[in-house]
Design a binder for this molecule. Structure first.
Ligand SMILES: [Zn+2]
Ligand SMILES: [Zn+2]
Length: 348
């Protein structure tokens, strides 16, 4: 099969022939019809993820068709249209037994722990725990966008963030996950203030329901600007993942507000400064959010099918596999607005 492969961190990936994957006993191989390009893929390519071994194939937001099934899989057959959370759970550890597959103790993430979906085929573990059927009327590109960013944003806003109608929700960083969060919070009846430095991203945030858009370019204290607009957010997300946006998110909250850290925070020593004194004084809640378990998808999919949520609108460009290496490298500096989806079988 053809796949995007990198041999060294931060050096250009190549599209080349590699052996087709085989399914594990409990796993499947999926023919990849669409796979999203996410900032986490860029982090992996840069060497920020200790789970990756070289050479490597990135890609963790995917949708496609089951091609081959392991001998112990009972729920899926070749030809099934599927997607998968980026955290593939084991199904048997204590976290899984509690229903928290998104923080499974033995999780495998395609494109991190093993070769991912920037390829014509991808192997996925523990299919009976992790696969999600795609509704017949949903495109592969839309379904691919659910796997990481949209589902992550859904869990962050609805489940971890416990958004309520009428609340002010601040979203710091309006890339794929941030725009998804804007859409989901607005659809939940919240008033959303979107914060970014890209006019394009803020334009999309407005389109997806943001009541206020704050261009942080040249703004010395975005948190103060958020407090001025909202009186302090009830719920705030750092959807980018940087020390500055994390601090701005916490500092923009009102008393007893909730901060949800969604963006990954890679740093040299593995720690990020957080304004904890404010968290104490204002009784803030500081929460993390990490994907979403497969069993939680049906509630989200119902809202997508009824048209309340429109992940299809997030997909702003589609690429061939050949164009993926350059797009991967560009994610660090010029991520573009919205979600880019790679179609590995497209030659156009
Ligand atoms: Zn991702
Ligand atoms: Zn588990």
């Amino acid at each position: 099969m053809r796949a995007v492969v990198f041999e060294r961190y931060g050096t250009p990936a190549q599209v080349r022939e590699v052996p087709d994957p085989e399914p594990a006993e409990h796993g499947v191989v999926v023919r990849v019809e669409a796979t999203g390009l996410c900032r986490s893929d860029w982090h992996g390519w840069m060497g920020h993820d200790p789970d990756i071994t070289l050479p490597h194939v990135p890609g963790h937001e995917l949708a496609g068709v089951v091609e081959a099934v392991g001998s112990r899989v009972t729920g899926w057959r070749p030809g099934d249209r599927v997607t998968v959370p980026f955290v593939c759970a084991c199904g048997t550890c204590p976290a899984c037994a509690a229903g928290d597959q998104q923080v499974c103790e033995r999780q495998t993430q395609p494109g991190f722990h093993h070769w991912g979906s920037f390829a014509e085929y991808v192997a996925l573990d523990h299919a009976d725990v992790n696969l999600v059927a795609i509704p017949d009327d949903m495109s592969y590109a839309t379904a691919a966008a659910l796997g990481c960013r949209f589902a992550t944003a859904y869990r962050a806003v609805v489940q971890q963030g416990r958004v309520a109608a009428g609340e002010w929700v601040a979203v710091h960083g309006c890339g794929g996950v941030g725009l998804s969060a804007v859409m989901i919070a607005a659809a939940s009846g919240a008033r959303v203030v979107a914060v970014d430095v890209s006019p394009q991203a803020l334009g999309l945030a407005r389109k997806f329901g943001a009541a206020e858009c704050l261009d942080a370019t040249g703004v010395s204290d975005p948190a103060a600007a958020v407090r001025e607009l909202t009186g302090g957010a009830h719920l705030s997300l750092d959807a980018l993942g940087s020390p500055a946006t994390c601090a701005a998110s916490v500092n923009g909250l009102r008393r007893r507000g909730r901060h949800v850290q969604v963006g990954l925070l890679p740093s040299a020593d593995g720690t990020t400064p957080v304004p904890l004194a404010r968290a104490v004084a204002l009784e803030l809640e500081l929460l993390g959010s990490h994907g979403m378990a497969a069993h939680a998808y049906p509630g989200m999919l119902r809202l997508v099918r009824s048209g309340v949520l429109r992940p299809d609108l997030l997909v702003t460009s589609t690429l061939t596999l050949a164009a993926a290496p350059a797009a991967l490298a560009a994610m660090g500096t010029a991520p573009g607005a919205g979600v880019t989806v790679i179609e590995p079988w497209s030659r156009a």
